[in-house]
Design a protein around this ligand. Structure first.
Ligand code: DSN
Length: 437
């Protein structure tokens, strides 16, 4: 298989080896099953299918219709909703479609700040479509415990009267109480959209509060805790249809022709497979273990002296708080050199910058897929704590150029550091005991 100068097949094998031989702690990543990968890598990608099952603009879609209907039926069954659109290419386009379906440019929306663990598409100001084309009201976290202060949310909502509230998390490690958000949204007549991209796998397993009884629309990506291919779904709830019987139609028209062209049928098939897997009883055990692993990992890190934002986690993720030495970038780089992949992340009220933030975000969906449990979480925590103590000497300078230089230095140092090399070996040994399927 050739792709220009490089042989893509070799690169795929190299990436497969990286994923197998190292530990993936980025909480939005996972290892899909071979069945999902087979569907995504199939001839289904060759077909154009603008429209929806039974209503296509191209001939030859009878089989694609069956596939999309299966994905829709699985989504409806898994989440207990009356309407599902499985065509969004990913989470950001799905959120754009929802805003397009329900709002006019200039309307007011409300969401959790990015620095509090929200998402760019939840109204992040200036640089995103959601902050540029809509008036955006953002709430943060309570300073003391890093939790959403629902009273403040209620105050802001009654002051600004958003037309739509979009509630979800990418780096907020605690449960989202959708009943409380619904009370606020209902009082001001706002649409409530739950973005459960991160926690969907936990929701369907009963390991996180369920937004379906409370929100009008639920959006989720399919590749995080849900363990499917990269894609997204927009689900319309009974409550949504009660408010507007045409809500499903509005969402469908916003996805296509509003924003997208032909659906990625291979991804739709991968979603159908992943949802089928999530409907089986072992998925519940998997989701329970994700949370248990996260709890054990957070507690073990704390025992070893590391600070965790908000003092722990109720979900699959946590943020290591390194604001005392500004070490998010440095620790993530040193961990990567040792075969532990996480991502630098802001902490609430970030004192530095999003590019040189004070936190590292870690999560357990991928390691749990490999079969790792509490004992392995203790081991991972011990490695991270040791790497942090080795890396701490690289505190963050305030000068921009010096910062850039420091990152280079850390990477050079990490590539040579003897103990990091040893940890890399130990990580490899653990990974061999838990191969990726
Ligand atoms: N990029 C995703 C994440 O890592 O959480 C959110 O879109």
């Amino acid at each position: 298989m050739k792709g220009g100068e490089v042989i893509i097949n070799d690169l795929i094998e190299k990436e497969k080896k990286r994923q197998n031989d190292t530990i993936q702690l980025i909480p939005s990543e996972n290892h899909t099953t071979p069945a999902v990968m087979e569907a995504v890598g199939s001839c289904l990608m060759n077909k154009y299918s603008e429209g929806y099952p039974g209503r296509r603009y191209y001939e030859g879609n009878e089989i694609i219709d069956e596939i999309e209907r299966l994905a829709i039926d699985n989504a409806k069954k898994l989440f207990g909703v009356p309407h599902a659109n499985v065509q969004p290419y990913s989470g950001s386009p799905a959120n754009a479609a929802i805003l397009m379906a329900l709002l006019e440019a200039g309307d007011t929306i409300m969401g959790l700040k990015l620095s509090g663990g929200g998402h760019l598409t939840h109204g992040h100001p200036q640089v995103t479509f959601s902050g540029k084309f809509f008036k955006s009201v953002q709430f943060g976290l309570d300073e003391k415990n890093a939790r959403i202060d629902i009273k403040k949310v209620a105050e802001l909502a009654s002051q600004h009267r958003p037309k739509l509230m979009i509630i979800g998390n990418t780096a907020y490690p605690f449960e989202l109480y959708f009943d409380q958000f619904a009370k606020i949204a209902d009082e001001i007549g706002a649409w409530l959209v739950a973005d459960i991209s991160h926690v969907a796998g936990l929701v369907v397993a009963g390991e996180h509060p369920d937004p379906v009884p409370h929100a009008h629309i639920v959006m989720t990506t399919t590749h995080k805790t849900l363990r499917g291919p990269r894609g997204a779904m927009i689900l319309v709830t009974e409550k949504g249809l009660q408010r507007d019987p045409d809500l499903g139609g509005k969402i469908d028209r916003a996805v296509f022709p509003g924003l997208q062209g032909g659906p990625h049928n291979n991804t739709t098939a991968g979603i159908a497979v992943a949802l089928e897997e999530a409907l089986q009883p072992p998925f519940k055990t998997y989701a329970k273990q994700i949370r248990l692993n996260a709890k054990v990992l957070a507690a073990a890190l704390q025992e070893k002296g590391l600070q965790i934002v908000g003092g722990g986690t109720q979900t699959h993720l946590m943020i290591i708080d390194l604001r005392n030495w500004g070490g998010g970038t440095q620790l993530a780089a040193a961990m990567a050199a040792a075969g532990l992949f996480a991502n630098k992340n802001t902490v609430p009220d970030e004192p530095h910058s999003p590019f040189y933030p004070s936190g590292v975000r870690i999560g357990t969906p991928a390691v749990t897929t490999r079969g790792m449990q509490e004992k392995e979480m203790e081991q991972i925590a011990a490695w991270i704590a040791e790497i942090e103590s080795l890396t701490k000497k690289f505190s963050l300078p305030s000068d921009k150029l010096e910062r850039r230089q420091l990152v280079k230095e850390v990477k050079q140092w990490a590539a040579q550091q003897a103990r990091l090399k040893e940890i890399r070996e130990e990580v490899g040994e653990l990974c061999r005991q838990f191969p990726v399927a």
